[in-house]
Write a protein that binds this ligand. Structure first.
Ligand SMILES: C[S@@+](CC[C@H](N)C(=O)[O-])C[C@H]1O[C@@H](n2cnc3c(N)ncnc32)[C@H](O)[C@@H]1O
Length: 224
């Protein structure tokens, strides 16, 4: 009888603890809270990004908001000054980079082959007030990147997926030791297996795949 009472008491206590834990657990809306502006300058850039997300996303193939936030976080936290992006589109990911580059005093060189999307990017860079941080190079990036000089702190691939391996071969030597190679759309449906093989079997690189539920971002550190 005494044992039964103790078991009932213990069960009651653990049920209460579970209820308390559930009540204290962060809600989905808490963990998905949007970026909060720390300054007027950040507020202006975030407002443009928010407008682009809501009104210009169709046909732009822009990265999801959380991937944009990841790009900013990686750029600002590593103090990156030289960022190279393959695939500008309308400038959405580029402006996330610029949010960080405003703090690091750095510069973005971004490539696109489509004049229509690039024209929109130029307008968006101006609206966000970051045009002085960006050089937009028009043309086939496979050719144009051969004119680049290093060192590159962050290299971001978000263009023709079957071209990532060629971009990597051409640009990895320019990435500084300690720099990052970030690749978008790293999922089994879209990623080129030859590229995935290259970034996961090179002992010079340490690669992780993040934000997998959104389509996947490969982040490779070029070891020192
Ligand atoms: C997925 S979109 C880029 C989205 C952009 N990074 C963003 O998140 O806002 C891919 C872009 O790559 C460009 N592109 C595709 N092949 C290219 C090439 N060979 N050279 C330069 N740009 C290319 C396309 O025109 C397109 O605008």
């Amino acid at each position: 009888m005494k044992t039964l009472l103790l078991i009932t008491l213990a069960l009651g206590l653990s049920a209460n603890a579970a209820r308390l834990q559930a009540a204290n657990a962060p809600s989905q809306s808490m963990v998905e809270r949007a970026t909060l502006a720390k300054s007027e300058a950040e507020k202006r850039i975030l407002a443009v990004l928010d407008d682009m997300d809501k009104n210009q996303r169709a046909g732009s193939m822009s990265v999801p908001v959380l991937d944009g936030r990841l790009l900013r976080l990686l750029t600002e936290s590593t103090g990156a000054k030289t960022v190279v992006e393959i695939g500008t589109s309308i400038g959405y990911s580029g402006i996330w980079f610029c949010l960080a580059l405003e703090k690091t005093g750095g510069h973005l060189t971004t490539f696109d082959i489509d004049e229509g999307r690039a024209a929109k990017a130029r307008v968006n860079f101006k609206r966000a007030g970051v045009e002085h941080r960006v050089t937009l190079i028009m043309g086939d990036a496979h050719k144009e990147v051969t004119k680049l000089k290093g060192p590159i702190d962050i290299l971001f691939f978000d263009a023709d997926k079957e071209g990532y391996l060629d971009y990597l071969t051409k640009l990895l030597p320019l990435v500084r030791p300690g720099g990052l190679i970030i690749a978008h759309n790293m999922n089994t449906r879209q990623a080129d297996p030859r590229f995935v093989e290259a970034i996961t079997t090179n002992p010079d690189l340490e690669t992780l795949f993040l934000n997998k539920e959104l389509g996947g971002v490969g982040v490779s550190l070029k070891k020192r």
